[in-house]
Design a protein around this ligand. Structure first.
Ligand SMILES: Cc1cc2nc3c(=O)[nH]c(=O)nc-3n(C[C@H](O)[C@H](O)[C@H](O)COP(=O)(O)OP(=O)(O)OC[C@H]3O[C@@H](n4cnc5c(N)ncnc54)[C@H](O)[C@@H]3O)c2cc1C
Length: 292
């Protein structure tokens, strides 16, 4: 690791100002939020943009609010602010539980939800969680209308997003939690970042599974939603889910996740982790949904 190269920090007070700065400074500039990823990239010598556009002062990107039937979290809200927010605790307690296990407290104190999504590191807790939660993001460039899309559409691949030049992620949106639903997020880490993340959203009606969203991340190049799980699980007894069906879903998840071999393990090992953790998450979510 090297020392940081010199750079200028330009503070933007609005989305318009950030877009103007990014346009004027061109290829020399990059958006800077908490800096937990960006400054690491600098330290490793993978980037040396001389101009950082700091978006933390922008009021539009701040705040947590339950409004219009959803939970809105500004892009520059830190992991720690989410973890400690009474609004999130009241409206989406599973999100608090997930955030509590992101990195360590130093990372959570400065790292932001928007920075996590925009960096699009394959090893991410929030991306997997938000896909299972049915989360969406909004983005805006100065002088243009806001766009909104599901989280899985934002993520185009490793370290690649659907953001256009000069565009900022402004907020994350989560649908309100309905009675008879639960979301369970589980992870395993052998190093700093997660080696596997699995999240299962289950809705129950008349004691049977009526809706499922299963997401698997951190094992392949991008998190995936396991669409095959949805059909397989519909109508299943939520109290005693058939182990053969859960095994079939685990198999579908292991295939959909397309694990890659790396320092966390071989493809076969990761496939087995996906099978076991997917079945476990779904069982737990079904049990919780019955009581919710
Ligand atoms: C030791 C360590 C452990 C970690 N462990 C975990 C973990 O367990 N789970 C996990 O999920 N993550 C983990 N992380 C990653 C951490 O969650 C992210 O580093 C953090 O959330 C990134 O946010 P940031 O504000 O620091 O991003 P920055 O470093 O400021 O920015 C990251 C990237 O996003 C762009 N960007 C930032 N905000 C916006 C925006 N609003 N609009 C457009 N572009 C933007 C920047 O240009 C940059 O390319 C870990 C990181 C470290 C260093």
């Amino acid at each position: 690791m090297t020392t940081l190269p010199p750079f200028n920090v330009h503070r933007a007070g609005s989305v318009e100002e950030a877009t103007e700065l990014l346009g004027r400074l061109g290829d020399d500039a990059v958006v800077y939020c908490g800096g937990t990823e960006l400054l690491l990239v600098y330290r490793f010598g993978f980037a040396d943009y001389p101009d950082l556009v700091d978006i933390k002062p922008i009021p539009e990107l701040r705040g947590i609010a339950a409004e219009n039937g959803e939970l809105r979290i500004g892009a520059t809200v830190t992991h720690r602010e989410i973890e400690l927010s009474p609004i999130v605790q009241e409206h989406f307690p599973a999100l608090v539980e997930m955030e509590r296990h992101v990195g360590n407290v130093r990372v959570r104190n400065v790292g932001t939800i928007g920075g996590n999504l925009c960096f699009a590191d394959p090893h991410s807790d929030p991306t997997t969680f938000l896909i299972a939660a049915g989360g969406e993001v909004s983005m805006r460039r100065g002088g243009a209308d806001a766009r909104r899309m599901p989280v899985e559409e934002l993520l185009r691949g490793p370290f690649e997003t659907a953001l256009e030049p000069g565009e900022l992620l402004t907020a994350v949106h989560l649908p309100r939690v309905r009675p008879g639903t639960a979301l369970v997020h589980r992870k395993m880490s052998f190093h700093e970042r997660p080696a596997i993340t699995v999240a299962a959203h289950v809705a129950v009606r008349d004691r049977a599974v009526s809706e499922v969203r299963l997401a698997v991340g951190s094992v392949g190049v991008s998190p995936v939603r396991v669409h095959a799980a949805e059909g397989l699980l519909a109508g299943l007894d939520a109290a005693q889910p058939d182990p053969a069906v859960l095994a079939a879903v685990g198999e579908a998840a292991a295939e959909a996740a397309e694990p890659v071999a790396d320092a966390n393990g071989s493809v076969e090992y990761k496939q087995q982790l996906v099978r076991v953790l997917s079945a476990r998450c779904l069982r737990e979510a079904a049990t919780e949904a019955l009581a919710a």
